[in-house]
Design a protein around this ligand. Structure first.
Ligand SMILES: [Zn+2]
Length: 51
């Protein structure tokens, strides 16, 4: 099976993004997670003083 993002032929993992099912390779998943992790930012802001 080919990754739906980069098209590489590799073992894919299912990912639910904005209500759509995607099958992505490990590299794309880790990249996607890095982009889509607002919770980490939110946790950081509670600790930092007001900007
Ligand atoms: Zn990929």
């Amino acid at each position: 099976m080919n990754c739906e993002k980069c098209g590489v032929d590799a073992p894919l993992a299912h990912r639910d993004v904005d209500g759509f099912a995607y099958y992505l390779c490990e590299a794309c998943i880790s990249g996607w997670d890095a982009v889509r992790s607002p919770s980490a930012d939110a946790a950081d802001e509670t600790r930092s003083p007001a900007r």
